[in-house]
Write a protein that binds this ligand. Structure first.
Ligand code: SF4
Length: 232
């Protein structure tokens, strides 16, 4: 079974500036308390799946309109058939963006080596010191995350790092530590937490405009291509 649990047929946001469709793969190996897609990540999900035939039928029909496909989740790199699945999308002529939490560097390397992806957005959940707590898995080893960071920073592929900022998890010291860790010319996006009914843990909070600007000032000396994404 291909674990596809959602299809957004048209989006201008997920693979900007391209008009794209987003495919949501179910399940994830992390447990971020602020996850917007918690119903997709639990193994006992009773959500219905969408067949690959339905996906490819949609992509063939919309080829005149869409430029790209965003592969998102959950964590799509958990699906072993991902390279073959994306190869079929590439055969239709689409650009492909991968959203990943960076925990599967071998799959990332395979997709890069086979030229199956055109853009990667990798989550940086927090400073190394706070990583495990921030993803709901205290003590989680970070070697896979570090390997994925190295793969991207040493490649010619277009990519971004991005962090969703949640008041209960991120401090100015954490942002400074992220800057020291990732320093260089990578594109880095700060995204403010958005509360919604689908967020598993209640009582989480976003930052104010001024607080986000302060984070930006902390990061710019280390990561000059840092931007704040979205309305804040
Ligand atoms: S990595 Fe993404 S999909 Fe997985 S739990 Fe965290 S926010 Fe949710």
């Amino acid at each position: 079974m291909v674990p596809i649990y959602g299809l957004q047929k048209t989006t201008l946001l997920d693979y900007s500036p391209h008009l794209a469709s987003t495919i949501f793969f179910g399940q994830c190996n992390l447990r971020c308390p602020y996850c917007q897609n918690y119903e997709l990540i639990t193994p006992d999900s009773t959500l219905g799946t969408i067949s690959p035939e339905e996906i490819f039928s949609h992509l063939r029909k919309r080829k005149h309109l869409l430029e790209g496909v965003c592969i998102s989740g959950g964590e799509p790199t958990r699906y072993k058939g991902l390279p073959e699945f994306i190869r079929k999308i590439k055969e239709l002529g689409y650009l492909v963006k991968l959203d990943t939490n960076g925990t599967n560097p071998s799959m990332l390397a395979e997709l890069m080596d086979k030229h199956l992806i055109d853009y990667v957005a990798m989550d940086i959940k927090n400073s190394r010191e706070q990583y495990g707590k921030t993803v709901g898995l205290p003590g989680m080893p970070l070697s896979a995350i570090e390997d994925s960071v190295s793969l991207l920073t040493n490649s010619d592929l277009s990519y971004e790092f991005r962090t969703t900022l949640v008041k209960e998890f991120h401090t100015e010291d954490d942002l400074l530590a992220i800057g020291e860790w990732l320093q260089g010319d990578s594109s880095y996006y700060l995204q403010n937490f958005r509360d919604s009914d689908t967020v598993h843990e209640k009582q989480l909070h976003s930052f104010t405009h001024e607080e986000l600007l302060r984070f930006l000032q902390i990061l710019l000396p280390y990561l000059p291509n840092t931007k704040i994404r979205g309305n804040f």
